[in-house]
Design a protein around this ligand. Structure first.
Ligand code: ARG
Length: 455
C-alpha cells in the first residue's frame, strides 16, 4: 500500500506485532459502512465520478457479503481490516478502488469505525439493561411484602421487604443505563474527514458523511478527531460501574443460595452439580459472572494506560484499544444476559426469608422507636433500654417478642403490652412508609412507576 518508498518487505516479527487483522476484522461492517458513505460524499462533491462511486459502493457490498459468508481471504500481510477491505475491492473492481482513499486516512477511518462499533454496543447494553430491570421488577412485584432481613456489615439489621431489595438494584441499573446514554450522546460525532490529522484540501462535506452514518455532526477539531479514545473509555468506565453492581448482586445470589441461608433456590438452568458430592447445587453462573467482572475493570485500566502517554495525534499504540474493548464488551454482554436469566428464574424461599427476618433481634430499632414515641424517652435512653432487653432475651435464649411483659417492665416500668405490636416483622416493615422506605405500600407504588417506565 506504500510500496513507493520501500525496497524491502517487513520482517516476519514486524508483521506479527504490527498486524491487527486478527481482531479488527470485527469492524468490517462499520468499515464498509463508513467507506460507502465516504464514496457517496466524494461523488456528490465532484471529487470522484458517479460511475466510480457506484462501482465502489457496490463492490463494498460484495466484500461485506464475502465476509459474512466466511469466504473472505483475510491476510496478515495486509495488516488491518481497512487495507484488507481495500485490497479486495481492488481485486473486484480494479482502478476505481484506488480513488476511495481520497481525502481520507486510516486514522480517521479507524476512529469512525470504532466509534460506530462502540455506539452499537451502547445500544445493545441499553436493551440488555432494560431486560434485567424488568426481571428485577417482576421479582419485586411478586414479593412486595415478603419480609427478609436487611443487613449492614452482613449482620442482621432491620427487616426489609424482598421487593425493596430487588428495587434497590433496579435503581442502580437505571443509573448505569443513563451513564451509557450520556456516553452515547457525547460520542455521537463523526471523525470522518479529519483525514490523517489536519483535515484535507479537497472540498469534502463532513456534515453529509456524519448524517449518513447517524452522527449528530462532524467533530470540530481534526487533531482531536483522530487521536482521542475517550468514547471507548467512557464505555469501559460505565461498563465497569455497572459490572460492579452485577457482581454485588451475583455475590448475594451465591450467599443466598447457600445451605446456611437458603433464601433462594436458583433454577436448574443456572446451576451445576458436583461430580463427587451428589447433594450439591452450585451457583456457577453467579460465580463466573462475579469473576468475569475483573476483565472489564482490567480493560478500563489497560486502555487508560495505553492512552496516557501519547502526544497528539495518532500513535500506533492506539491499535491496542480494540481487543480490550471487544473482550470487555463480550463478557459484559454475557454477564448481563446471565444475570437476567438467573433473576427471572430464581425462586425466593419465602418462609425461610421470614424466619431469618424475625431472628437476630431485628426489630430492636422498632422497640427503641416505640419507647421514644409512647414513653417520650430521648432516643439515646431508648437505645440503652432496648440494649438491656436484647441482652435479657439473649440470656434467656429467646427473641424479643418472646420476653414476658413483667421482664420488660423490670427493665423499664413504663412499658405496656402495646409494645408487642411493633415487635413483629410484618408490622415493622409496614411501618416504614417514609419516602424511599421499605414498606410494601411504597414498594407497590415504585413497582407501578417502574412498570410504566420500562414498557
Ligand atoms: N490498524 C490501525 C489501528 O487500529 C489503523 C490505523 C493505522 N494508521 C496508521 N497511521 N498506521 O489503529
Amino acid at each position: 500500500m506504500w510500496g513507493g518508498r520501500f525496497a524491502a518487505g517487513p520482517d516476519a516479527i514486524m508483521e506479527a506485532i504490527n498486524a491487527s487483522i486478527g481482531f479488527d476484522q470485527r469492524l468490517a461492517p462499520q468499515d464498509i459502512e463508513g467507506s460507502r458513505a465516504h464514496a457517496a460524499m466524494l461523488a456528490a462533491k465532484g471529487i470522484i465520478t458517479d460511475t466510480d462511486a457506484k462501482a465502489i459502493r457496490e463492490g463494498l457490498l460484495t466484500v461485506l457479503s464475502e465476509i459474512e459468508a466466511g469466504t473472505f481471504p483475510f491476510s496478515t500481510a495486509l495488516e488491518d481490516i481497512h487495507m484488507n477491505v481495500e485490497a479486495r475491492l481492488t481485486d473486484l473492481i480494479g482502478e476505481p478502488a484506488g480513488r476511495l482513499h481520497t481525502a481520507r486516512s486510516r486514522n480517521d477511518q479507524v476512529a469512525v469505525d470504532f466509534r460506530l462499533w462502540v455506539r452499537g454496543q451502547c445500544d445493545a447494553v441499553d436493551e440488555a439493561l432494560g431486560g434485567l430491570m424488568q426481571a428485577l421488577v417482576g421479582q419485586a412485584e411478586a414479593g412486595a411484602d415478603w419480609v427478609m432481613p436487611g443487613f449492614t456489615h452482613l449482620q442482621t439489621a432491620q427487616p426489609v421487604t424482598w421487593g425493596h431489595h430487588m428495587l434497590a438494584y433496579v435503581e442502580m441499573f437505571a443509573r448505569d443505563r443513563s451513564r451509557f446514554a450520556d456516553a452515547r450522546a457525547r460520542m455521537n460525532y463523526s471523525p470522518l474527514g479529519a483525514a490523517a490529522l489536519a483535515g484535507t484540501s479537497f472540498p469534502i462535506d463532513r456534515h453529509m458523511t456524519a448524517e449518513a452514518l447517524g452522527f449528530d455532526g462532524p467533530m470540530a477539531n481534526s487533531l482531536d478527531a483522530v487521536s482521542d479514545r475517550d468514547f471507548a473509555l467512557e464505555f469501559l468506565s460505565s461498563a465497569s460501574i455497572c459490572a460492579m453492581h452485577l457482581s454485588r448482586l451475583a455475590e448475594e445470589l451465591v450467599i443466598w443460595s447457600s445451605a446456611q441461608f437458603r433464601f433462594v433456590k436458583m433454577s436448574d438452568r443456572w446451576s451445576t452439580g458436583s461430580s463427587i458430592m451428589p447433594q450439591k447445587r452450585n451457583p456457577d453462573a453467579a460465580e463466573l459472572l462475579r469473576a468475569k467482572i475483573g476483565r472489564i475493570f482490567g480493560a478500563n485500566v489497560a486502555l487508560m494506560t495505553v492512552m496516557k502517554g501519547l502526544p497528539l495525534t495518532y500513535s500506533k499504540d492506539m491499535q491496542e484499544d480494540k481487543e480490550q474493548v471487544f473482550d470487555a464488551a463480550d463478557n459484559f454482554a454475557l454477564a448481563l444476559a446471565a444475570m437476567t436469566g438467573m433473576v427471572a428464574d430464581m425462586t425466593a424461599n419465602v418462609a425461610e426469608l421470614e424466619k431469618a427476618a424475625a431472628s437476630g433481634f431485628s426489630t430492636a430499632t422498632d422497640l427503641a422507636d416505640w419507647l421514644v414515641r409512647e414513653l417520650a424517652l430521648p432516643f439515646r435512653e431508648a437505645h440503652h433500654v432496648t440494649g438491656t432487653l436484647v441482652a435479657l432475651a439473649e440470656s434467656q435464649g429467646c427473641d424479643l417478642p418472646d420476653l414476658s411483659l413483667e421482664d420488660m417492665k423490670a427493665v423499664h416500668e413504663g412499658i405496656t403490652k402495646g409494645v408487642f405490636d411493633v415487635l413483629g416483622v410484618a408490622n415493622s416493615v409496614a411501618s416504614r412508609t417514609s419516602f424511599g422506605g421499605t414498606s410494601p405500600v411504597n414498594v407497590r407504588a415504585q413497582v407501578e412507576i417502574w412498570k410504566g417506565r420500562l414498557t
